[in-house]
Design a protein around this ligand. Sequence first.
Ligand code: FUB
Length: 326
Amino acid sequence: MNKILKLAGTSLMVCTIAACSKGTPVGNPLNFGGDIRTADPSAHVWQDGKMYVYTSHDLECQEDFWMKDWYAFSSTDLVNWQKHGPLLTVDDLTWADNYAWAPDAAYKNGKYYLVFPAGNGHKDRVNPEKSTKWMGIGIAESDSPTGPFKDMIGGPLWKSPYANDPSLFIDDDGQAYLYVHATKHDYYVIKMADDMRSTQGDFIKMDMGGYEPKMEGPWVFKRGEYYYYTMPENNRVLTYYMAKSPIGPWEYKGEFMQQEHQSNNHHSIVEYQGQWILFYHRWLDINSECGRQRHSAAEYLYFNDDGTIKPVERTDKGVSDFANRK
Ligand code: FUB
């Protein structure tokens, strides 16, 4: 039996009576414990069978996305989450002191990799010509999915172009592809060397089938014979392409989640125990002095017979009944 609760005067959550009586809210946003505010969830299932969600970390009322560290959260039922971290902070880096933005993770050669954007300088939104902000992509390694992660190369993977929002996809043959959001909201992909400590070859200009909207945070995954390239188009609505190879040619398929509050979204898609899950973030006012802040959330995601993605609704219930669906 479910019960609707009013939280912080503004946000509705659904929880089971049992869970609520223990003071454990379930549903969306995900209950990562305490007051931690997270965004940009990148989800992976590793060999131990747990779900791991790697996130960026919003400070309370932070200025212009000035962010300092990265966390992970693990779960087997998608309701009870264990917090890990910080996995890495900008203080651990010699080449960046800010902008600990959307991370991703990968497992290869017996090691876990955290790929992350970071940078320095300042964005002048009034006089853009005075901006000094720069961002690049770093890679850190660990023997454990929950770190600690170490920046093994002591610098960004490259200095130009400016880049953020990495998605690190490992194909069935073991080749790693790094997709990024880059200068002027264009996107690039480049292969990673086998040791994951450098890139290999040039940036690849993919065939996007003639439609190349501005975007942030790409996410690439494979299901059956199809590769999917999903993204927050124009930083807001989630849309996607499909292809038969990780570098296209891609065919645009349109929207699968609408925007909310004229605010950014960032997502990942992963299969867990036979069920596909969409992780994303919502801007919600929960005990905040600054209005809406970002919180990680999750929904079930379904496919049509031809492999296209069915539209996904934002819900308060989210994946809170995951354990009961088996
Ligand atoms: O969290 C900082 C930035 O906001 C991310 O890198 C973008 O995708 C947007 O979510």
